[in-house]
Design a protein around this ligand. Structure first.
Ligand code: FES
Ligand SMILES: [Fe+2]
Length: 375
């Protein structure tokens, strides 16, 4: 098999491959799971599905965001069924009514005082590491992995000039896609397909414009993000239906940023797309080997969102069209790669980041299993 052959079909449909990817990629890396503003006050909470796990994120009484595996320590029942809620004082298990405070401590366990050698202090919720950076909440299910700053500090440092934490969400879209999560990442990592698939996008940022400036394989060590930028052609101002916008640029945008759209994959599943006037984020969650759920959020300057008549539909509508064009070809790729005839293809010179990502996945899988939750 020649060097530079794409992965074989089983990588995209075999349930055992996905289980390994969840263990070694998703349960080991820092994942973007939300936004500080979603947990505005103590007791506000959200639950997030991360592969086969459910994570409970809560603003604790000390003001910190905390994360827990969303399961009761009595007999393992899913603790919180709601996707979000406000001002909770505690969490009550729906089965036998054990209860936990916002710091995850077990505070009520009926009839357990009669159980031999039962120490309530040992049965708090299993913690999940949580970090806050750029206004985003990040979770890591590996208790032994690197801290957030070591893992993703270099990525956020690229955008230090922008007050990302101040941005406010102005739109949210969700998509169900019949394709393996890696097909979506690979698709985001190249614009080889842009001329045939996205004539509207290609008109505003021609597919041969720009450059890649980050790879998972830098000269020294490894990096957890890869991507680059594309250039706005003519006098276009942003990726909107017309290519123009009345919105002011984001605070901190430099003259060169105003001519570019930056696109980065943050490993494994975050797409970060910085436009002159908005930040767009896709989070791509594997539901099964052949199905992914995509969350697509748009963030704007606070004054822009608060202005009367705020209407992001020029950007959101444009991206909805681009997204659907992408999901369609991703679903076709999934269908074809499920064929018994498929044994892998070849990368073009315009797919260096796809090759980079596929190689990184292989290497990360080879690094071995993530430790199970330590007790
Ligand atoms: S499983 Fe939660 S109280 Fe019994
Ligand atoms: Fe695309």
């Amino acid at each position: 098999m020649p060097d530079g052959t794409t992965p074989d079909g089983a990588s995209y449909w075999d349930p055992s491959v996905l289980r390994t990817e969840l263990d070694r990629l998703f349960y080991r890396n820092w994942l973007c799971v939300g936004r500080e503003e979603e947990l505005a006050r103590p007791g506000d909470f959200v639950t997030r599905e991360v592969g086969l796990e459910s994570v409970l994120l809560v603003r604790a009484t000390d003001g910190r965001a905390r994360g827990f595996y969303n399961l009761c320590r009595h007999r393992g029942t899913r603790l919180v069924e709601m996707s979000h809620g406000e001002a909770a004082r505690s969490f009550l298990c729906p089965y036998h009514a054990w209860s936990y405070d916002l710091e995850g401590r077990l505070i009520g366990a009926p009839h357990m005082p009669g159980t031999e050698e039962f120490d309530r202090a040992e049965y708090g919720l299993h913690p999940v590491r949580v970090a806050s950076a750029g206004g985003f909440l990040w979770a890591n299910l590996d208790p032994g992995g690197p801290d957030f700053a070591t893992a993703l500090g270099p990525f956020l440092a690229k955008f230090e000039r922008l007050p990302l934490a101040d941005l406010r969400r102005g739109a949210h879209q969700e998509y169900e896609v019949e394709a393996n999560w890696k097909i979506l990442v690979e698709n985001f990592s190249e614009c080889y397909h842009c001329a045939p698939v996205h004539p509207g996008l290609n008109r505003i940022t021609p597919y041969l414009s720009g450059a890649n400036d980050a790879t998972f394989h830098p000269p020294r060590g490894r990096s957890l993000f890869a991507g680059g930028y594309m250039e706005l052609t003519r006098d276009y101002q942003s990726m909107t239906r017309t290519g123009y916008t009345d919105r002011p640029r984001l605070p901190g945008v430099r003259a060169e940023d105003a001519r570019r759209i930056y696109y980065y994959v943050v490993f494994p599943n975050l797409f970060f797309s910085l436009h002159p006037d908005y930040l767009m984020v896709h989070r791509c969650w594997p539901v099964s080997p052949t199905h992914s759920r995509v969350e697509n959020d748009f963030y704007f300057a606070p004054a822009t969102v608060a202005a009367p008549g705020f209407d992001p539909s020029d950007a959101v509508g444009m991206w909805d069209e681009i997204n659907r064009q992408d999901w369609h070809v991703c679903e076709l790729a999934q269908a074809g790669m499920s064929s018994r005839a498929w044994t892998g293809g070849r990368y073009s010179s315009k797919e260096t980041l796809v090759r980079d990502f596929d190689a990184f996945v292989r290497e990360e899988l080879a690094r071995g299993a993530s430790p199970r939750q330590r007790r």
